[in-house]
Design a protein around this ligand. Structure first.
Ligand SMILES: [Zn+2]
Length: 281
């Protein structure tokens, strides 16, 4: 099965379900994720987070994922997640990713447009898809009552037209990390963005959102959902429990892989049934 970009994963007739992006933080993560995707015969996106490069070389992580994707039995996209550095995006492209995210969400709007459009021009010559971000998917400081945190539907349409992105990460009430209170998704806003924008819509900060809300979000137009915190929390719990009575790291990695597979299997199953639900507003 070839390595694919995001456009090959999203059916424009929207008959497919949302595709999950799961962040890779080591060999066992990528292996467990592809294994579950094959078991469920479901496409998957391996997310390589830019902040991981503080600890591991970009070339090593990207090439490992690309090689595994090329040998998988289901379509796999390898996507640079939250790329903020132009250099890292070019290095990821050179090493074979099929998709990149340029996260210019903290920049002034016009600068976000200009820089995203430049990346789109470069990536598209290589057949690589690009995800942009508009609105602010915060970490901890998210204020659900402040409209400036949310994506404006008119601005989303303008952003897509001016940049040519293939996918757009939108802010409709989710945040990265662990939620202090249960997230409340703004489905009305999501539906309005969906009506104005015809590229894939992406939900970040998926950990902590209820299964019902995911399914409703998919029915309202979400095509891709990013999940990492839930995997991270479960892995840390498994490793701390396992290492309290075991000093064999190989055995611990086995338990870690099982945990990653269980979390990914749960989310993939939920994402695969999203379109069976209603976007009842
Ligand atoms: Zn994100």
């Amino acid at each position: 099965m070839p390595l694919v970009n995001l456009n090959e994963l999203f059916d424009p007739t929207r008959e497919r379900r949302a595709v999950g992006l799961f962040n890779v933080a080591g060999l066992e993560f990528a292996e467990a994720m592809i294994e579950v995707a094959e078991e469920l015969n479901t496409p998957i996106i391996l997310g390589v987070p830019e902040r991981f490069f503080q600890f591991s070389r970009l070339e090593n992580v990207v090439r490992l994922c690309v090689d595994m994707a090329e040998r998988a039995r289901v379509p796999v996209a390898v996507h640079l997640d939250h790329g903020k550095s132009f250099d890292n995006i070019l290095r990821a492209l050179r090493n074979g990713v099929s998709s990149v995210m340029f996260d210019g969400s903290s920049l002034p709007y016009e600068e976000n447009v200009a820089r995203t459009a430049e990346i789109v021009r470069i990536a598209h010559t290589m057949g690589v898809s690009v995800e942009g971000e508009l609105g602010y998917v915060g970490r901890g400081d998210f204020d659900p009552t402040d409209p400036s945190f949310y994506t404006n539907p008119e601005q989303a349409a303008d952003f897509v037209a001016k940049t040519g992105v293939d996918a757009l990460a939108i802010a409709v009430g989710t945040a990265h990390g662990i939620y202090k209170t249960t997230p409340k998704l703004d489905f009305e806003r999501l539906k309005s963005i969906r009506q104005k924008v015809d590229v894939a819509l992406v939900l970040h900060g998926g950990s902590g959102v209820s299964d019902e809300d995911f399914q409703k979000a998919i029915a309202c137009g979400i095509d891709k959902i990013n999940v990492f915190t839930e995997i991270s929390v479960s892995v840390i719990k498994t490793v701390s429990e396992a290492t309290s009575n075991c000093s064999d790291w190989i055995r611990v990695t086995g338990e870690m892989r099982r945990t990653i597979a269980n979390v990914v299997r749960h989310y993939m199953t939920v994402f695969n049934t999203g379109l069976d639900h209603d976007c009842d507003l």
